[in-house]
Design a protein around this ligand. Sequence first.
Ligand code: CP3
Length: 352
Amino acid sequence: MPVHTDDPFLRACRRQPSSRVPVWFMRQAGRSLPEYRAIRGVGSILDVIRQPDLAAEITLQPVRRYGVDAAILYSDIVVPVEAVGFGVDVVPGVGPVVREPFAGKADLGRLRTLEPEADIPYVLEAVHLVTAELDVPLIGFAGAPFTVASYLIEGGPSRTYARTKALMHADPSTWTALLDVLADMALASLRAQVAAGASAVQLFDSWAGALAPDDYAALVLPASRRIFAGLEDLGVPRIHFGVGTGELLGLMSDAGPDVVGVDWRVPLDVARTRIKPTQAVQGNLDPALCFAPWEVLESATRQVLAQGAGPGHVFNLGHGVMPDTDPGLLERVVEVVHAAPGPVDAPPIGDG
Ligand code: CP3
């Protein structure tokens, strides 16, 4: 089904007024849904992602259940590096684990350009299947070079990113070469997802908030900027997101997205002052509040709506749905967001 031109999600991404505030949730696919657990089976998520029928069905589940305004493809940020044979798995409850972490220049030879049609045909097939059925936009995504590099270098999740930062500073030319190849892979993957039918894309730099602004600006921003520039001709909204990025919002906005994702640590009205007046915001309900009483969650939802008020607000959580979240609560959050009036008119650009 084609997506309507006055679609609220696409309009909000472009800062155009719309009938309502659109909402979707990061990590809405998989995680807390019982219907997901019923069909997921056991083993690595990568095996599920390789089955387009299953991946498409899981992508559609939260749209049916929650009535959200966008779907996000069921896949993972490590799919491209795994597809070129780097040796990555995703361990349930842990996340991506790399058998032989990236240790230096010689490991660049283990990466190469992604050829989406040949390397990740199952991802593109899932996009085709989903968009044939969906009447809301599908968001394609990729991991940003820094966040993917952090998994390759650390070998798994990290709290300090000590190895990543050590390599970045000890061998900046290898670091830059690594980020360049990861940027090429992300760009190829995103362009292919759009060609297959995705209506918007999100670049997840989930762990960029670990960086000092100067390091982000010198050693990370150029690679991410190249990805956004390389998508411009496609004309689809581009979203840039990270966690703990309050001090980086200005730089992440300089990378050139249309929408800047914000976690719950920065109120959306404050976030708007740190980004360009031409950019929209996405966020930012604290996902942990789903474990507080409904009254607390409801009033926090209304506060996010008030702070995000104005054209160009895509309602979301500040990070992903947590695994034990009661899906019924997210349904109620969607109802509250949809009952709120949509933004009426855009202030003139340069006014804010
Ligand atoms: O619902 C969606 O958001 C769409 C699908 C999606 C997954 N991963 C599926 C998944 C998306 C967009 C991602 C992106 C992703 N993967 C990110 C960026 C987004 C973010 O949350 O910050 C990151 C950092 C990863 C790496 C990764 N993969 C982590 C940290 C984990 C969690 C480990 C865990 O189990 O807690 C994964 C596994 C993963 N990716 C699951 C799902 C549904 C977990 C459940 C499973 O294995 O079935």
